[in-house]
Write a protein that binds this ligand. Sequence first.
Ligand code: SF4
Ligand code: SF4
Length: 388
Amino acid sequence: MHNLILVPSLFCPANCQYCFGPDKDTASMDINTIEYALDLALRLIEERNDSSRRIRIIFHGGEPLSAGISFFKQALPQIARRFQDSIVEFSLQSNLWLLTEGMCQLFAEYGVGLGVSLDGPEEITDVQRCKGYFQKTMNAINMARRHDIPTACLATFTRYSAKHMNKVYDFFVQEGLDFNFHQAVALLNKEKEDLWSLHPEEYGELLVNLFERYIEQPPGIKIDTLDSLCQSVAAGRGCICTFSDCLGDFFAIAPDGGIYPCQRFIAQEDSISGNGFCLGNVHDCLDIFDLKSHPFWQQLKQRQDVITDDDCSNCTYLSLCRGGCVYNTLSMGNKSPKDPYCPAYKRIYGHIIDRAMSEVFSEENLSLAVKEGGGLIKKGRLLELMRQ
Ligand code: SF4
Ligand code: SF4
């Protein structure tokens, strides 16, 4: 699967406390830049000679809806036309404040799934994002629901909301909203003090506690982050970008056509690599060899190799984790190339594997195996999630 992340605007009308985005420019991506970005994506697919021809197009920000309905009226049909021989999956990550009825009709027509940035109930969301955020976003979620647009939330856990994990969990269950979650991302630019990111041990604790609630009693909603972890264990490889060799599977395009290995690096001050994070510009008609020759690409590639051959080579979970996210490594100033959240990843993967083994060898499964023969019968909530 190829992932093309289009960032139509870096502007965002919200003012979240822990935001790592630049929010410094109101310019939107123009029609030419979209065309050149699609040219690049098609060239990359050809060069990889991938017969599946599946592509995921993710609109991200800043706040992508800041580009206005005119951007999406141009971009969506243009993408559908250029990728008519491929299977295209559209999604958009947004706070939805700027959503309109017209946008809903367009998103429903093109099957654009919405990922909504929301951290839980009002008293939590408004403290760590900004005042009034919750109500604006919930109003828009209800508008999207009236149009039957698939909607799932993305909750950011911080040092504050992790203390209220059960309130966050109960809120999404009561609202019938599926959700993903991640920890607040540290800033590459250290001008602001980082008051929000969880320590790796705290994040490990949170992962295990959320997982236990999810496993003990099916909540009637999906928590994709946890499902993916279970499926990763079953597949023997990481099923989300954090746990894969992401380099080359993701390309993010900034409003001016700048090409980045991930949207997290867009418009960030580069005081770390010394090479700049931007690999080139779509207007220059680059191919994969041009991108691979950029010093930042080489730095990322070298990290990937060192992880496999050296830093993580003896880790039991290497195939499931692949050293974690390079953005975390850079933003948290880790001396080692592995993601500083390593202890959290070890904790949750170890926990899932132990839990799966205890389900396989549960009394119920053992007595059924004795009664009915035919080996162990694999019954259990976790084993079901792993099989999905
Ligand atoms: S840098 Fe991190 S967030 Fe970005 S694609 Fe890679 S793993 Fe995912
Ligand atoms: S869990 Fe830690 S040591 Fe193991 S692969 Fe991931 S980052 Fe490396």
